[in-house]
Design a protein around this ligand. Structure first.
Ligand code: FAD
Length: 550
């Protein structure tokens, strides 16, 4: 039985972090902070993790959602990075086979653009070798005919051949929340909606953080031996508070994805294709949709409201129509979109696309450790580097090395993907009788074996409309076990409904609001604020501004 991780445990956690002195405070509940908290707690350090919004609110819910070896890094000759993230893919898949799912990627090849046939063949061979890909999953080169049969929507005149290679797809926000929950089960004390507003110092060293609880407005201090700043695009804001931006600083670039119905863009598998400006973008089928992205442009606007502009939209729509002319995408086909920021390290003279994706660690004179750059895929290794550093500096007596490669995530007690398939089969039998068979793939990918709790709740609270009963059971699970505090936590990051199932969200939202009202004893005013906030998010995902907001 998993232990609860909810608004109630949040209050206890806040009290505990405000009274005990911690070995380590981690600022930021994205994938980087989550990974650090899990690594440190599992090695025996006392850890507090503090997130100013919901977990994965920042970049970790707005990526391309691939656990990938980064073929583009091969183009930039970053062999070390390809090797590291390539071998990490297999580890993260093993830890959560229901959530990190193998996906064969089609790479169409052209006469006069992109890599060309022979270069791609060699590049992918090197890629497979660096990433340690198993024999049966290694790249397969395709003839022109095979490529067009694999994807009949491609413009036939242009295609010269193709390649199929191995990647993994995931849900970034779900991956983050599962790591957060696993860290919590190893003893990390964790709270969302708490903002770090400043540092506290003792003898000129950072010795903790000042925090505002954004739900109650209360402020408190958390004392710590070491503070790690894993605030993603906000890393420099915290470094500024610490007066420690002396040399390198962040360079934020924006990446946008568009979601269309799969009926409109019915690709048979994931595709990685060339754009006229030399970049490449992905088209990935997911449930009832296909999503396409990403862009890569310099960004100086608000970090809290990153929006898709008409320019971003036009770039992706034009690139798609050029490669798949039969699809004829228009602005009216875009169901939803999201925009995220890459927290990269600035390098003079380099364009957005040329900047390295490698992570870097900075330590200030007062001992604040900051980490930026990197990939979702490399989170475990980034965490290991940070925790090794903290241990060797402050806890040299601790001899335990990183062992997160053998800690499965909560809900992931599957030994391999075959076991995931069997579990899906048993769920299909149970849900078919309730006319809910369509939800099986989604439920298992999202919750793994934690579906057992959702189904138990569903059975004991059945109602005539089984779809609504399932929604309520899922929401109950997220309120009790995933520290959901607002409707958007549930509708955006726990379920991805805002992006991948807007029609269901429109039907579900009133049920969700009323469940929140009763769970949190909300007033009509609270309800009004939540409704307004969600409508704003729906508008942001579906309407496109002429330019970035200031
Ligand atoms: P974030 O996820 O942004 O987390 C930082 C957190 O810190 C935020 O939740 C924020 O609210 C919190 N915070 C900030 N300030 C404070 C404060 N004062 N107090 C408390 N909390 C605070 N990588 C891949 O491996 N595969 C991909 O397919 C991929 N695609 C990408 C596509 C795009 C468009 C982008 C932008 C990135 C992509 N990446 C991908 C990279 C990857 O998503 C990021 O490297 C990763 O998510 C960064 O995580 P993070 O935890 O460092 O930052």
């Amino acid at each position: 039985m998993p232990h609860t991780f909810s608004s109630k445990t949040r209050e206890l956690s806040i009290r505990q972090m405000a009274t005990e002195s911690m070995d380590l405070v981690v600022v930021g509940g994205g994938i980087t902070g989550a990974g650090i908290a899990l690594d440190a707690a599992s090695r025996g350090l006392t850890v507090a993790l503090i997130e100013k919004n919901d977990f994965a609110f920042g970049t970790s819910s707005r990526s391309t959602k691939l656990i990938h070896g980064g073929l583009r890094y091969l183009k930039q000759l970053e062999f070390g990075l390809v090797k590291e993230v390539g071998s990490e893919r297999a580890i993260v898949h093993r830890l959560a086979p229901h959530l990190v799912i193998p996906e064969k990627m089609l790479l169409p090849l052209y006469e006069k653009r992109g890599m060309g046939y022979w270069l791609a063949s060699l590049g992918l061979k090197i890629y497979d070798w660096l990433a340690g890909v198993k024999q049966q999953d290694r790249r397969v080169m395709l003839t022109r005919g095979q490529t067009l049969r694999a994807e009949p929507l491609l413009k036939p005149e242009d295609v010269k051949g193709g390649a199929i290679y191995a990647e993994y797809r995931t849900d970034d926000a779900r991956l983050t929340i599962e790591i957060i929950k696993t860290a919590n089960s190893k003893g990390a004390i964790i709270a969302n909606y708490c903002r770090v507003t400043d540092f506290v110092y003792a003898e000129n060293r950072v010795a903790g953080v000042q925090v505002t609880d954004l739900i109650t407005g209360n402020t408190f201090t958390v004392k710590a031996n070491t503070v790690v700043n894993a605030a993603g695009p906000w890393v420099d804001e915290l470094r500024e508070l610490n007066h420690s931006i002396k040399t390198k600083r962040l360079h934020l670039t924006k990446g946008v994805h568009l979601v269309v119905s799969h009926n409109k863009f019915p690709i048979k598998q994931a595709i990685y294709f060339d754009v006229d400006d030399g970049r490449m973008i992905f088209a990935i089928p997911r449930g009832r949709t296909t999503y396409i992205g990403t862009t890569d442009t310099n960004y100086n606007g608000s970090k809290d409201d990153v929006l898709t502009t008409l320019g971003d939209l036009t770039y992706i729509v034009n690139a798609t129509n050029r490669t798949f002319p039969k699809v004829g995408l228009t602005i009216n086909d875009i169901e939803s979109s999201w925009a995220g920021l890459r927290p990269l390290i600035h390098e003079d003279g380099k364009s957005a696309s040329e900047l390295s994706r490698k992570d870097e660690i900075f330590e200030s004179e007062t001992g604040l450790i900051s980490i930026a750059g990197g990939k979702l895929t490399g989170y475990r290794k980034m965490a290991e580097r940070i925790v090794d550093r903290v241990v060797s500096t402050s806890f040299p007596q601790l001899k335990i090395k990183c062992f997160t490669e053998s800690i499965p995530f909560s809900g992931a007690q599957f030994r391999n993907y075959d076991e995931v398939r069997n579990y899906k089969g048993s769920l299909l039998i149970q849900l078919s009788v309730l006319h809910l068979a369509d939800h099986v793939n989604y439920l298992v990918a999202n919750y793994g074996k934690q579906c057992d709790l959702i189904l138990e709740r569903l059975r004991t609270n059945l109602e005539k409309d089984t779809d609504v009963a399932l929604l309520k059971a899922e929401l109950w699970y997220c309120l009790e076990y995933e520290m959901v505090l607002t409707p958007e936590d549930f509708l955006v990051r726990r379920t991805g409904m805002l992006y991948f199932d807007l029609p269901r969200l429109q039907k579900a939202k009133e049920v969700v609001f009323l469940e929140f009202k009763s769970f949190f004893n909300w007033s009509s005013n609270d309800l009004g604020i939540a409704r307004e906030r969600l409508e704003k998010l729906i508008l942001q995902a579906t309407q496109f501004l002429p330019s970035n907001n200031p």
